[in-house]
Structures are given as structure tokens and as C-alpha cells.
Ligand binder design. Structure first.
Ligand SMILES: NC(=O)c1ccc[n+]([C@@H]2O[C@H](COP(=O)([O-])OP(=O)(O)OC[C@H]3O[C@@H](n4cnc5c(N)ncnc54)[C@H](O)[C@@H]3O)[C@@H](O)[C@H]2O)c1
Length: 267
């Protein structure tokens, strides 16, 4: 791969720790960053503690970096005081630092919660209207639009991966639709690193027969998932909730939390 130094944000997190292990040795230098403490650097690694909300620190973090895997930030719903600095100010700081320091590509861990209020009965693709199901989902929608601005206007290519549920195994009936294995996550990141594109949105999901999403755009770019949640159907199909908004919408419990709207007005 034509990259010397790859920056991974969110390196102390669940996916960051998986990626640190699975990407080890793939690049001359893997720079790992998080606001939280990380294990010390192994050969071929650099460990830099940095708060994404600190613009100057983020500019230093991006120096001499060729490509960024942006996984850092708030990863679940929270109040604005938490979401704003981590995911909105943090994303602005990262893309602006990338522009200043000459980074050419960012692979962005977006989320299915960008479109979480869409109905499960609707099979949507990457062109569906944004319908965030929470403040966290809206911050990821902002990140996608920010990525588009910097891609088209400043030439920083971006692959926005709307990750479904990336865990070792799916945990409930909804995740039979949304699960992405760690192997498929790495395969999608490889697409992000190698495919020829300016700005793209794809769904981060394995080859699940119960998927909510038409992921033709990812396949067009070269993504071929090898895993599927289908073998968990017998164990998990009955693991639903008794919450009608959660069961109706793609975002599940993220949609139903704090819901005070009209269910009949949902997209
Ligand atoms: N795991 C999933 O299924 C899933 C699904 C959709 C999207 N994502 C996205 O993928 C990314 C990683 O997810 P995860 O499950 O590993 O989440 P995680 O919460 O385990 O990791 C996120 C990391 O970001 C760090 N972080 C938070 N605020 C920060 C800040 N201000 N500055 C620097 N670092 C900060 C945290 O310390 C944490 O280590 C997140 O962006 C998340 O939104 C994950």
C-alpha cells in the first residue's frame, strides 16, 4: 500500500483495539491515538494521547500522516455537552488538520444511526435521506457532510462507513440484520484504503440475509463480505423487545429512547 504513516483515532476503544491488533505490521508506521490511555507502542507503532476537541493538538497529531482511520469519538447516545466536543468539534478539528497537513484520505467510522429512523420494512441504500435517531446519529450525519465538503472542495477522499453493529458476535434479533464481523470490518477498511473514489457512503455490515440495507455501493467499490449473522438466527430471532418504536425502526432502542414524536409520521 502506498501509505507510510496511518493514523488510527479511537485506538483505546473496542474497535480501535481490534484494529490495532489486526492492522499490526501492515504499514511502516501505525500512529495510534485516543484521549484515553493506550498500551505502550510496539515496533512500527506510535502512541499519541490527544483530545479531538483540542484543535492545536489534532493538527500536530496529523503531521506526516498519509491516511486517517477515524474511529475516535462518542460511540453511543449522550447529552450535547458530550457529543458536541467529541464528534462535532472533534470532526471539524480532524478534517481541518488533515487539510492543513496534507492528508489525502480519511476512512470514517460513521453509523447506521444516521438513518436510524427509517422503517425496517424499507430497504434503503446509501442515497437514502438522512434520518438520525439521536444526537449521536446526528453528529455522524454531520461528520458525513463535513467529509463531503473536504472531499469535493479540498481533495481529501472520504469513505464513510455506516457501521451497523460490529462485535465479536451479534447479541439480539436486530443485530441479525446489522452485524458486521471484525473480519468484514477490516475488509471494508481495506476498500477504504485502496479503492479509487472521492467521496462515498457505504454500510458496514456483513452478508446477513436479514439486512436492512442495499449495499451495492460497497460491492461496486470492491467490498466482499465473508461472514454472516445467519448462523445465529435460531438462537437470536426471538430476542426482540416489547417496544414498538424500537422494533419498527432500523435504529432500534436508539430510536425509541426519549421518543416523543408521532409514530405515524416516521419516514
Ligand atoms: N462498535 C460498533 O458497532 C459501531 C457501530 C457504529 C459506529 N461505530 C463507530 O466506530 C467508532 C469506534 O466504535 P467503538 O465501538 O470502538 O467505540 P468506543 O467507545 O469503544 O471507542 C471510541 C474511542 O474514542 C475515544 N474518544 C472519545 N472521545 C474522544 C475525544 N474527545 N478525543 C479522542 N478520543 C476520544 C474513546 O476514549 C474511545 O476509546 C466510533 O466512532 C463509533 O461511533 C461503532
Amino acid at each position: 500500500m502506498p501509505y507510510h504513516r496511518v493514523l488510527l483515532t479511537g485506538a483505546a476503544g473496542n474497535l480501535g483495539r481490534v484494529l490495532r491488533e489486526r492492522l499490526a505490521g501492515r504499514f511502516p508506521v501505525l500512529r495510534l491515538s485516543d484521549v484515553a490511555e493506550m498500551a505502550p507502542a510496539d515496533p512500527g507503532e506510535e502512541v499519541v494521547r490527544c483530545d479531538l476537541a483540542d484543535a492545536d493538538a489534532v493538527t500536530e497529531l496529523c503531521r506526516d500522516v498519509d491516511v486517517i482511520l477515524h474511529f475516535g469519538g462518542r460511540s453511543t447516545e449522550a447529552d450535547w455537552d458530550t457529543v458536541l466536543p467529541a464528534n462535532i468539534i472533534g470532526a471539524v478539528n480532524l478534517w481541518e488538520a488533515a487539510r492543513k497537513t496534507g492528508v489525502k484520505r480519511i476512512v470514517f467510522a460513521s453509523s447506521n444511526h444516521v438513518i436510524g429512523l427509517h422503517s425496517r420494512s424499507e430497504r434503503i441504500d446509501h442515497r437514502a435521506m438522512a434520518a438520525p435517531d439521536c444526537r449521536y446519529g446526528l453528529s455522524k450525519a454531520f461528520g458525513e457532510d463535513l467529509a463531503a465538503l473536504y472531499a469535493y472542495k479540498h481533495g481529501i477522499a472520504a469513505l464513510c462507513i455506516r457501521i451497523g453493529s460490529s462485535y465479536a458476535e451479534p447479541a439480539d434479533a436486530r443485530q441479525l440484520s446489522t452485524w458486521m464481523s471484525f473480519g468484514d470490518l477490516v475488509r471494508m477498511i481495506d476498500v477504504g484504503l485502496t479503492a479509487d473514489y472521492t467521496y462515498e457512503i457505504v454500510y458496514g455490515v456483513s452478508d446477513n440475509s436479514r439486512t436492512f440495507w442495499d449495499n451495492a455501493n460497497a460491492e461496486r467499490l470492491g467490498y466482499t463480505p465473508r461472514d454472516s449473522a445467519d448462523r445465529f438466527i435460531p438462537a437470536l430471532a426471538g430476542k426482540t423487545t416489547d417496544d414498538p418504536i424500537a422494533e419498527r425502526t432500523q435504529g432500534g432502542s436508539f430510536s425509541s429512547a426519549e421518543f416523543t414524536g408521532d409514530p405515524d409520521a416516521l419516514p
